[in-house]
Write a protein that binds this ligand. Sequence first.
Ligand SMILES: CC(C)(COP(=O)(O)OP(=O)(O)OC[C@H]1O[C@@H](n2cnc3c(N)ncnc32)[C@H](O)[C@@H]1OP(=O)(O)O)[C@@H](O)C(=O)NCCC(=O)NCCS
Length: 161
Amino acid sequence: MKNTPKVIIDLMDMADLPEILAIERESFPSPWTVGMFTRELNSSHSLCIAARIKVEGKSIIGAYIIFWLIADEVHLHNLAVKKEYRRQGLAFKLMEAMKEIAGKNEITAQTLEVRESNTEAIKLYQKCGFVVKGIRPLYYTDTHEDALIMWADINNNSKTR
Ligand SMILES: CC(C)(COP(=O)(O)OP(=O)(O)OC[C@H]1O[C@@H](n2cnc3c(N)ncnc32)[C@H](O)[C@@H]1OP(=O)(O)O)[C@@H](O)C(=O)NCCC(=O)NCCS
């Protein structure tokens, strides 16, 4: 088993896009385009966060998460981990970072959609406290799959005021 890498969580920027797009392409059947990432990076309600790993003195992107903070909800829009760094806790760390940021913004609930066949992601979200609350039939036009709609509350005890 590999050691858990040392990870720095911080904001993504335009210079990160080549690495992000490579992870995106190896992770999804219909990957987001550079235009879609650029829109998120320029949107005032979107937060784009990267997990950076030090490898041989160089910082590389191991994973990223994109979510929207709207009203009292945080909505997860994208999450992927570079293949060689999966099963090392990176996605869990990013989900925790999302929850922490949301909590500091007075947000009380988290939601997301996930392909019903994506068992790895569903297990991750369950570990993060999400439960299935509904289904969007044929939500994914590429594979004609249903989306599971998952929700989790945020306990705001750790709020900083
Ligand atoms: C789903 C994904 C983000 C998980 O990332 P990861 O960094 O490997 O996940 P973590 O190491 O943080 O795992 C956290 C938990 O998720 C679950 N999990 C993750 N990968 C799993 C797998 N292959 N099989 C079973 N459970 C898995 C486990 O519950 C795990 O906890 P555990 O290690 O205590 O068993 C990653 O596989 C990925 O990028 N997949 C392709 C893109 C994708 O599907 N994104 C989600 C879109 S909704």
